[in-house]
Design a protein around this ligand. Structure first.
Ligand code: ATP
Ligand code: MG
Length: 373
């Protein structure tokens, strides 16, 4: 039995990057032998084991054959006679299909090292077509390694286009798409992920609203701005939809099954952007501002409000920055309103709510008067 370091760890080490997690392939072993050596089995679909001490993943060498559409319907064959090369052949990209032996020898049957040096993301074999998730993975690696000069090679881009044309992307389940989007949003150049998806036609299937210009450019600019400010997943995701109206963005974020915080921030952004654009910066309306702050539930959700402000800042045109300043000023003015003090003055129930609103409105009016005068 032989053990090899494989995949991302070999790639990252050759790139001189920090290796975060290490995956191993075991050739010539049975599950029983692994268990006898103290490994524990994880997952029922694939013969994958955890090392008793390091807890790193050791997978028995396997081949895969596609039987149906999408991510389901893979039949996995694993036995001691599956070779390392056969296992490497089922992998997505050549730069991910290299192995290193215990003795330190590089095993590279698909010229991953050459592609690494040429900065090319290239599919290992035509079996790439069997799993549309590989399109999203390729786009994600493009987003990660774009700053190092990597791009998708012409042949792989062509292959991805043909997969999209054959309707493969429609078979992906929302959960897996979301997983890839979420990870892509935090890669080094998140905009590149969406650019690659657009180039191969997958964006028109997954998030068709972003396909046309000028929406696409606006989305990418906003996303890269949130990325530069080290924004959260929700801010990054919401920024993508900055050019869409509330109905369109709500429909899409639901279909993508994005988590609630992402959906909520996207919706708020879709409300705030047009409202701020319409706000008269010479004579801002206090009622409108209070209404917006209520919609954002500022006083109960101050953290979310600051995420919203950051996302708004990245999406508003410079000519609308004055409106954003007015909103911030209005929000600050309402901060110190103390319901307890009002209760002590005898306000209760609905009246208390009205009194809070009146005080907030008065404070906003005063604040915007002093800031615009
Ligand atoms: P990361 O740094 O993100 O962990 P990685 O290359 O290690 O990158 P993993 O998702 O951890 O990626 O997968 C480990 C390896 O398994 C990959 O390098 C690739 O060889 C293979 N792999 C993973 N998913 C697929 C897939 N859908 N199709 C083909 N090969 C895959
Ligand atoms: Mg990995």
């Amino acid at each position: 039995m032989q053990t090899y370091l494989v995949g991302g760890a070999v790639r990252d080490e050759l790139l001189g990057l920090e290796v975060k997690d290490r995956d191993w392939v075991v050739v010539g072993a049975t599950p029983e032998q692994m268990l006898t050596q103290g490994f524990t089995q994880v997952g029922s679909d694939f013969p994958v084991f955890l090392h008793p001490k390091t807890h790193e993943e050791y997978a028995l060498a396997r081949t895969e054959r596609k039987q149906g559409h999408g991510y389901h319907g893979f039949s996995v064959y694993s036995a001691p006679d599956v070779t390392l090369e056969e296992d490497l052949m089922r992998r997505d990209l050549t730069i991910n299909a290299m192995a290193r032996s215990d003795a330190g020898e590089l095993i590279d049957p698909f010229n991953g090292r050459k592609d690494l040096e040429a900065r090319e993301l290239r599919h290992v074999s035509l079996a790439f077509k069997e799993d549309p998730l590989r399109i999203l993975r390729t786009a994600r690696f493009a987003a990660r390694f774009q700053p190092l000069g990597f791009g998708v090679c012409a042949e792989t881009m062509e292959l991805m286009r043909s997969m999209v044309a054959e309707g493969e992307v429609e078979h992906l389940v929302a959960e897996r798409v979301w997983q890839e989007i979420q990870r892509a949003l935090h890669e080094n150049s998140p905009g590149t992920f969406f650019q690659v998806l657009r180039d191969c036609g997958a964006l028109a299937v997954l998030i068709p609203e972003l396909q046309p210009e000028p929406h696409f450019r606006a989305a990418i600019n906003a996303l890269q701005c949130v990325h530069a400010s080290d924004g959260s997943t929700a801010e990054r995701f919401a920024a993508l939809f900055c050019a869409l109206d509330e109905a369109a963005s709500t429909k899409r974020t639901k279909a993508l099954k994005a988590p609630n915080d992402c959906q909520q921030l996207t919706r708020l952004l879709a409300i705030f952007i047009p409202a701020l654009k319409q706000l008269d910066s010479e004579r801002p309306d206090a009622d409108t501002l209070l209404g917006l702050l209520e919609k954002a539930d500022l006083w109960r959700r101050p953290e979310r409000f600051s995420l919203l402000l950051n996302a708004v800042e990245c999406t508003l045109e410079p000519k609308n920055q004055r409106q954003l300043d007015i909103l911030k000023c209005a929000a600050d003015a309402t901060q110190g309103v103390d319901p307890k003090a009002l209760m002590e003055q005898g306000f209760l129930g609905k009246e208390l709510g009205n009194a809070i609103q009146t005080v907030r409105l008065a404070r906003i009016t005063q604040a915007i008067c002093s800031s615009t005068s």
